[in-house]
Structures are given as structure tokens and as C-alpha cells.
Design a protein around this ligand. Sequence first.
Ligand code: HEM
Ligand SMILES: *[C@@H]1O[C@H](CO)[C@@H](O)[C@H](O)[C@H]1NC(C)=O
Ligand SMILES: *[C@@H]1O[C@H](CO)[C@@H](O)[C@H](O)[C@H]1NC(C)=O
Length: 734
Amino acid sequence: MTLLSLEFILVAVLVICDVKAQFTPFYEEVTSGGKESYSSVEIENQTEEDDQGEPSRRNFEDLLQKIHGNIPNTEEISNSANQILYMTQRLLEEGFSFEKVTSDSVAAGIKDALILRGICKSPTVYKCNALSPYRTIDGSCNNIQYPERGKSFVAQRRAIGPAYKTGTVGGPRVTGVTGKPLPNPRTISNVIHSNKYGVTINGTISLHTFQMGQFLDHDIIQTPLETVTGGCTCEENTRPECISIKIPEGDPFFTKRACLPVKRSAAANPDCTPGFRQQLNTLTSYIDGSNVYGSTEDELTELRDGGYMKTSSENNLPENPNDGCVIDHNGEFCHLAGEARVDAVPSLASYHTLFVMEHNRIVNALKSINPSWNVEKLFQEARKINIAQMQHIVYNGFLNAFLSLDTMITYNLLSLNTGYSFSYDPKRDATVSNEFGIAYRMGHTWIPTYQDLYSDLNIRLLGPEMGPFDLVKTFNNPHLTFLNRKKGCPALLKWLTSEASPATDRFVEDSVRNRLFEDSPGDGFDLVSLNINRGRDHGLPPYGDHRVSCGYSAVTSNWNSLVDHNTEEVELLRQVYDDPRDIDLFTGLLTERAITGSSLGPTLNCILGREFQNLKEGDSYWYERPEPQGFSIAQLNEIRKTSLSAVLCANLDLTRIQSDAFRLPGISNYLVRCTNVPSIDLRKWKSGTQRLKPGYGRETQQRNLQTGQMDMDAQSSQSDILQELIKLASGGEK
Ligand code: HEM
Ligand SMILES: *[C@@H]1O[C@H](CO)[C@@H](O)[C@H](O)[C@H]1NC(C)=O
Ligand SMILES: *[C@@H]1O[C@H](CO)[C@@H](O)[C@H](O)[C@H]1NC(C)=O
């Protein structure tokens, strides 16, 4: 087949696309064969919630959508991605091989044609300042050669290729190796993840591990959903944007519902090239305080107040004018933060508050040390220090609360005690991986069943505001943060400091496994089902494939090949799966036997270890690097002193705290006076002690991202051919 005839089909496909002027992700039409369902999308009447008026405030689908972020331009991105998927699928059905369709020359032709027709945007030209001492807000230009790596609004990376529905480039994985349908996610959840034994706690780990875990997730990844007019319902899983979960017969909890309505993750293809369906990340992948500062310039503008971050008068987070959470008390409001999911639970909002307070504290200190600094300098330096502290805390306290020392060493996750780190590797892509977005949900096993407010003395607040508070009542409801005379956040942080974490195991508490976002009995969600379902939505290969990718033995049709699982777990898996090769990633990971020195199994240690290595070695602004991206040695040595305990002491009216706040106080983690907790001395930031490298601000590097590898002549001749073909196909007129 010549290139020319292939492009002819391409043009024909483009013309078909045009006839269907309105977007529907119809690429799946071919495989699901249900034309009717698409037309029904268009004529269907909108539901009340969907009208311009106030959305129903306790509609769980809205809440779920909010959890994924209601980001306006994802719709546009998913539209073009779905068009490309459709064309890819059509070309495959015309008999072209996948290799051919995705080959450089064809891909370039398709891209040109789509840009020409306004379906894709022209590639962005980045003007990167290679010597800038500060990160961009959207993560672009962190990697000078590939400016979009780790940026917000790019597709998630894949460590291994996808496993979508057979014969499709984006249909959810639905069948197992034997061709039979995969087990229902809710059945798997009921059999394997239901906590029949009550909450077991880990007597050494504190709840900060849980809360930092979620907070950090909201610095790294947020996957937006498809926009679905009228929402997803139970009858229409034929709608390609929906992936609702059927409630199996005889479900022990959901007795009145047919399904959990779920939207698919938005399709993404920011590169505008043919290939498999990908998913978007609306945040920057880097550990760079996306949760505090946002992931776009527009978000930051809303959040910033000169050198400071905006606060409300009581030192709470500022008010979110667009609302979006549940308010059931006068004078309370939803929070505005760098990340939309801030009010998912009150203790998460308390973390956002902590790091906004820390930013403002640093600004105050820098201001008195350097009275001559302007607000921009104050803001950027404080942001840089705040982010450096976050990185230091994650790699020196958080990660080793669940990864083994062996993993920390293997993946180069240990920070140095002296000198600079030279482990930055420009070839390493820090863009978050799709498998991490599922694997890191292992933190759902740490979710406690309640929230609580503690006093300075590490005891529950007394009086009318006395807890504990049922977690289910706190989803998307910031009420607790307004208790304690509007100082609920410090009291929540003290609770996290003093109480034990639920143990890491396959069990997820019913608060989120049956009652996530519940409004009235039985109308909630199952977070475990969502996790399993989401993996299939993303076409993530099953557990066994990830083992192989990590260098471990393959999973075969023989149940004995599950060498890192105990008999009890193997028996349970056997009850639901036809074949061990079908085991979903989330479930396979959470049922692994923990390795020595870690609370997680080997494959989780590997997937998480790899990701945190990428986030370190792929970050040119990693805090242990020299200037201009990093710090002077004297400054770096100050950052090395910090800890979560130090940040808590600096911002709460605490007198004592354990040295390592991710663990409970005890032998080898004594309570110490805050004045004795090592902390950062910001006097090392006095101007004059900080040298800027010569040439700073003058050298800029310019790169055209997507046409970088392509010879300009070849490019224009290709689009010439295409223009000719388009002319031809549309009957001679331009
Ligand atoms: C009360 C606490 C929490 C709640 C209510 C919660 C809820 C949720 C929900 C509803 C989703 C989206 C599910 C879907 O539709 O696919 C989600 C995703 C996720 N959660 Fe949690 N979660 C909590 C805590 C945590 C913790 C502690 C961690 C990690 C340590 C974590 C990591 C993740 C990750 C990585 C995702 C995927 C994010 C994305 O790609 O958009 N979550 N969570
Ligand atoms: C849709 O709305 C129109 C006008 O409000 C009404 O006449 C029609 O019966 C509705 N159709 C359906 C399917 O509900
Ligand atoms: C508690 O966590 C630590 C650190 O991850 C782990 O080594 C230990 O086995 C865990 N203990 C329990 C009872 O889960």
C-alpha cells in the first residue's frame, strides 16, 4: 500500500468526521455496533441538574466529577482525541497495520491534516529559559529538550503498552484471556476488599501518612472525566463515554440500585498522533506544590496576593466563589486551593492550609531579612523554598513509612546528607505514569472511618464540638474546618499527629467501599470498584504484566505462579477470576504479601519506586541541585534540617511533637519540644549570600516542540499532498 492511497482513505475518513459535525466519541461505534445509542445521546432531554441552574449539591455524580476536577478545556482535548481514535480505528479496519498507521510519516500526515482542519491545535512553541531559577507554574520547560514533559494537560505516560478491548484502540478491557467477561468490579470488591474483621491499625504509623499520601497525590495527578450530557445512567453502558458498574445480584449492601453510574476518563491525545487512547493529567507531574500554587497561570492568579498566598481572615484557605462543596452551616464556605479536590475530606483541607501558611510564614521571614526584595522576588523565593521542603519531607519521612530501605536504595530515593546531588538525568521522563495513578490508590487502605479535632495536649477537643465525626458525613463538606472558632485545621492536624494509621492491607473500610459520597442510605459509591473499573477504562494490562515489567516472574494460567501471594489471598482471587492472568492491577497489588521492611508487596514497591525515581531524577529543579535551579550549599543544608514536625511546629501553637510525625510517638520517636526540633534558618537567604550565575536571564533556548525532529521540507511537501487530496475529495473546491 502506498502512502498516497493511505492518505486518500485518511481524507475520506476526515470527510466522514465532518458530516457528523457534532462530536460523539464514535470511534467505538465499529466495535460496539450500536448506532442507536449515539443518536439517542443527541435527542435525549437534559436532566434538571444538567440545566444552567444550580447543580444538585449532593448529587454523587457531580461530586465524583468534582473529585476529578471540572476543567473546561478537557472537553476540547477529549473531542480531538476521540476524532483521532476514530480515524485510527477506521484505518485499521481498512486493513492497514498498526505499525503503518502509527509510522512517523503517516502520523505526520494525519497531524498536518488535523491541524489544517482545526481539530488539533498547532504545536506550541516554547521559549525556555534554561537558566531560570524558578519553575514555571505549568511545569513546561523543566526539561529544556522536551518542554512538555511533566507539564499539566499532557497525556499520562505508560510504562507498558495498553491492553484495551481486543480489536479496539480505546475500548475498556472487558474480557479475560479465555474470552469470557472479566468479573464484575463490585464482586471483586466484595470478595477481596471487604473488611469483615473491623479496622486494624498499624501501631507505629500515624495518620499523617494517610493525609500526606492524598495531598501528595493531588500534587502529582488528576485524571479528568469525559463530559456527558445528562450524566451516565444504568441502562446505557453502550454510551461510549460511560463505564457504569452493574450491581451484582444479591449484593450485601446495594440492594436498591442497578448500578454505580461512572463516566470514562477523558480521552487524551495532546500530540495529535494516531495510536491508542490515552488519559490526561491536569496537574504538573513534578512534586512542585501544584496543590498549593495550581498548575496553570490562571489558577495561580486566583490564589496569589502579591508575595503572599490568599487566605481568609481567620487564616483559613480563601473562599471558592464557584462553590462546589456541601455547605450546611451559615457563614461557612468551600475552599479555594491549588487543587480542586481540596474539600474531599476536612483533613485534606487542613494540609492545604498548612502549606499555604508555611508559604506566608516564609514570605514574612524573607521580607524582614531582605527589606529590598519586591513582591515577585518574595513570592518566587518563598515558593521555591516551600517546594524544596515538600520534596525533602516526601523523600525523608513519607516514602520510608511504607517502602523498604532496599527499595529506597534501588531507586535512588535517599537524599544526600551533604553536597549536591548530580543525579538529574535529562533523558528521564518525569511525566506521571498511568499505572502509578492506579497503583498509588493503595493509600485507600489507609483511610480512617472518622475525622477528629484534637487540642494542643493531643487529646480530643471537649464540649459541643466533640468528635469523633463519621467520615461519611465529612465528604466534600468543610464544616469541621470551621469548628474550634474557625481554627478547625490546626485541630485536625493535631489529630493526624496523634492517632494511628489503619494498617496497609487488602481491606478498604466500608466508609469508602460502600458509602463514598453517600447522601441517603444506599446512594453512595464503592471506591474499590471505581479503582478496578478505572484500570479497565484506561486499558491497563493486568497485574501479571506489571510483574514482568518489574523483572519478577510471570503469572501463568497456573495459580501457583502467584508466588508473591499467600494461600488465603490466592483462594479468594480464585473465587472471582477465571484465570490468574486476568487479575486487575489494583487487586493484584493489594493482595501481595508485604516484603521485609515495607508494608507493601514487591510489585508495589517497584511501581512506586520507579515513579518517585522519575520525579526526582527527571526534575531539573530537584531541591538537591546546584544553582540556578537549586540552592547554595548553605541554603541546601538548611532545607535538609526540615521535617513535617518542623513545619507543624512552625505553624501550629504546639509545644511538643514527635521527631518523625509520620510515625507515632514512642521509643526512638520521642516527643520533643518544638524549640528543639531542627528547622530551616532563612537568614541564609540574605541577599548577597546568594550568587546568580553569570548570564542569567540572557540565554534563552527556543524549540519547536512537535516538529523538532521533522525536516521542514518534508513537512511542507506532505501537507501539499494532503491539500491536494482534500481538494480532490471535496469536489474540486477549496
Ligand atoms: C478520604 C480520603 C480519600 C477519598 C475520599 C478518596 C477518593 C477518591 C476518588 C473518588 C477517586 C476517583 C475514583 C475514580 O473514579 O476512579 C480517587 C482517586 C485517587 N486516589 Fe483517592 N481518596 C482518598 C484518599 C487517598 C489516599 C490516601 C491516596 C494515596 C495515598 C489516594 C490516591 C488516589 C489516586 C492516586 C487516585 C487517582 C487520581 C487521578 O488519577 O485522578 N487517595 N480517590
Ligand atoms: C423532551 O422535552 C420535550 C419538551 O420539554 C417534551 O415534549 C418531550 O416529550 C421530552 N421527551 C422525552 C423523551 O422526555
Ligand atoms: C507498620 O508499618 C511498618 C512500616 O511500613 C511495617 O514495617 C510494619 O510491618 C507495619 N505493621 C503492621 C502491623 O502492619
